[in-house]
Write a protein that binds this ligand. Structure first.
Ligand SMILES: Cc1cc2nc3c(=O)[nH]c(=O)nc-3n(C[C@H](O)[C@H](O)[C@H](O)COP(=O)(O)O)c2cc1C
Length: 188
């Protein structure tokens, strides 16, 4: 891939919130995960673990649990979202990836975020829609959430730092949100 193409991916990636039901191909998932694994990490520790969920029953369990957490969150925005009939924190995407990191590593949050960011960019390169989903962080504050993550194979001593929805885009890809200006200071 030429430099220009990789920059195009950076500038054209958008958060997608409407997905087709059709599952992404295993070969595409493999590339997304490989891109995540190729992220830089502090001291090269690669302190991440990826839980890929494509099982409809588990996805539904996450929905039900997240709705409960949102209902009791005390955060008006989340309480409102929990009321939606078709509630799905990951917009009913067919693939949901949770990134967890070793708490004892040097820079777990930064490393995990870079890995997930790489996964979003790889998805864009493949023409697959994606969206970072924060719900996993709320879910982990509950005992039921913690239990579910362990059940799904999150290693001992790891904590989830983020998650993302992946799937083929239904409808039009959203327009980019305007970018804030005035946040660059170049010192020469
Ligand atoms: C840490 C983080 C958490 C986010 N959580 C959510 C989320 O829970 N739900 C959602 O729809 N989008 C979420 N997003 C996506 C942002 O809303 C989105 O990136 C932002 O509005 C800019 O749009 P763009 O991704 O299309 O450039 C999150 C993004 C980040 C980086």
């Amino acid at each position: 891939m030429c430099k220009k193409e990789s920059l195009k991916i950076l500038f054209e990636r958008r958060s997608v919130r409407s997905f087709k039901e059709e599952q992404i191909k295993d070969s595409e998932l493999e590339i997304i995960l490989k891109a995540a694994q190729f992220a830089p990490s502090a001291m090269g520790q690669q302190p991440w673990h990826f839980t890929v969920i494509q099982d409809k029953e588990i996805l539904n369990r996450i929905n039900v649990l997240t709705r409960k957490v949102y209902e009791k969150s005390g955060i008006p925005r989340l309480e409102e979202r929990a009321k939606a009939e078709n509630f799905s924190p990951f917009y009913n995407a067919p693939t949901y990836i949770i990134v967890s990191v070793d708490e004892k590593s040097v820079a777990p949050i930064a490393d995990g975020a870079l890995a997930l960011g790489n996964a979003l960019l790889a998805a864009e390169g493949l023409g697959i829609g994606s969206c970072w989903i924060h719900a996993v962080n709320y879910l982990y504050t509950t005992d039921e959430g913690k239990e579910l993550f362990r059940e799904l194979g999150m290693p001992e001593g790891y904590i989830p730092i983020g998650s993302a929805a992946f799937g083929y885009i239904a409808g039009e890809k959203p327009e980019p949100a305007p970018r804030r200006e005035g946040n660059i200071n170049i010192i020469k």
